[in-house]
Design a protein around this ligand. Structure first.
Ligand SMILES: [Zn+2]
Length: 96
């Protein structure tokens, strides 16, 4: 996986999410879409890049704890369960 192979797009993702909360989306294998509000949000960018690097298949764990929590700290480990499993619903680490 090479980071310079990623195809980046920005758009109004929130418009397409029924919860109006999606801020980033990785589409297998190499496309990342960021909501207009998060194109400069490093946490969201890194979170989506981790999806790209892991290349999870449809039957794989979407946010494996070992990578998203333990190694990379890109998800709140004990945060409330959210519709898309964490970060995408707000894009920011809550303040602690
Ligand atoms: Zn994610």
């Amino acid at each position: 996986m090479k980071l310079n192979r990623v195809k980046w797009f920005s758009g109004n993702l929130k418009e397409f999410d029924r919860f109006h909360a999606m801020v980033g989306l990785w589409i297998s294998p190499d496309t990342i879409i960021l909501d207009y509000s998060t194109v400069e949000d490093s946490l969201t960018v890194e979170h989506e890049l981790l999806h790209y690097l892991l290349q999870a298949g449809p039957n794989d764990e979407k946010h494996p704890v070992l990578y998203f929590v333990t190694k990379c700290h890109l998800i709140e480990p004990l945060g409330p369960v959210k519709p898309r499993g964490g970060l995408e619903t707000n894009g920011k680490a809550s303040g602690h």
